[in-house]
Design a protein around this ligand. Structure first.
Ligand SMILES: [Zn+2]
Length: 287
């Protein structure tokens, strides 16, 4: 059964580790993340962007697929199905479809409008036991076509949004979606510490987990980050393993063209990446 992200993240915050959000793109992706979580006894959050939602034939299809897998694969660790960077209407659609967690990304609105819309969604989600992530200060890089610039959030604005009763809060601290540029300045730990000081026990979310050095990840966790989003890294691992299979000509040998064989190396590469992240985040055996 899907659960809200609330309890797993409060536990993570108290225990000074982080739960990974791994974005999914298809059946193989979802199966890889769920099996790795189960094998490592780790809580897990499945992230779905609106673009990935469309690609996978809509939110109801995803809810059906994930619930089916949890039952058929005997997944007993806590699993949250979470809308990533949702619009207001996207969040409503996911609540309706059976997601257990949503993110409303109102970071592009003026703060007053972000607050108003976040409030409305919290009221609707709370009544159904669904967790809500809000965002302050756009995350840099590209997310489904929306490009930002590695912004740093205003800690006072973070407090205003946290006080609305959100479950977890994403704040820009110089992190970027996608691959990090050579001249990246690194995470702004001063701002992170200030946000943590003002928001207390609120679990903080770090987006753009791909390519942040391990020691920065660990420092961010020590400063209150309890959820880390990983997307690009699984995509790169999947693509590299698939390329290797095809370039070795394995699809041309015997039944190597069978999709169950062709996609297997990519599937295993996602599993290895997810496991590595769970080790780094400290969520293994925390289910
Ligand atoms: Zn993000």
């Amino acid at each position: 059964m899907l659960v809200s992200a609330k309890e797993m993240l409060n536990k993570a915050k108290a225990g000074k580790y982080a739960v990974g959000q791994f974005n999914i793109n298809n059946l193989e992706w979802t199966k890889a993340v769920l099996l790795t979580a189960q094998e490592n006894n780790s809580p897990v959050i499945l992230g779905v962007s609106e673009g990935a939602g469309k690609y996978m034939c809509g939110y109801k299809t995803i809810v059906g697929m994930v619930n089916g897998m949890i039952e058929e694969l005997n997944i007993t660790v806590p699993v949250a199905l979470h809308l990533d960077h949702g619009s207001y209407n996207g969040a409503l659609a996911c609540i309706e479809a059976g997601f257990s967690s949503i993110m409303f990304d109102g970071s592009h609105y003026p703060i007053e409008e972000n607050i108003q819309k976040t409030k409305e969604l919290i009221a609707i989600a709370e009544a159904k036991g669904i967790s809500v992530e809000a965002e302050v200060g756009a995350i840099g890089g590209e997310e489904d076509g929306v490009v930002g610039n590695g912004e740093v959030a205003d800690p006072e604005e973070c407090k205003m949004i946290a006080d609305l009763g959100v479950t977890m809060l994403a704040a820009g601290i110089g992190n970027i979606h996608g691959k990090y540029p050579e001249n990246w300045a690194g995470l702004n730990f001063e701002v992170l510490a200030k946000i943590q000081e003002l928001t207390g026990t609120m679990p903080l979310v770090l987006h753009g987990g791909t390519g942040i050095p391990a020691e920065m990840i660990q420092k961010a966790i020590s400063l209150g980050v309890s959820k880390i989003n990983v997307n690009t890294e699984c995509q790169l691992a999947f693509a590299a393993a698939t390329r290797e299979y095809v370039e070795a000509g394995k699809d041309l040998k015997g039944k190597g063209f069978d999709p169950r064989k062709l996609l297997a190396p990519g599937f295993e590469a996602i599993k290895a990446t997810v496991k590595e992240k769970m080790e780094l985040f400290g969520s293994i055996n925390k289910a």
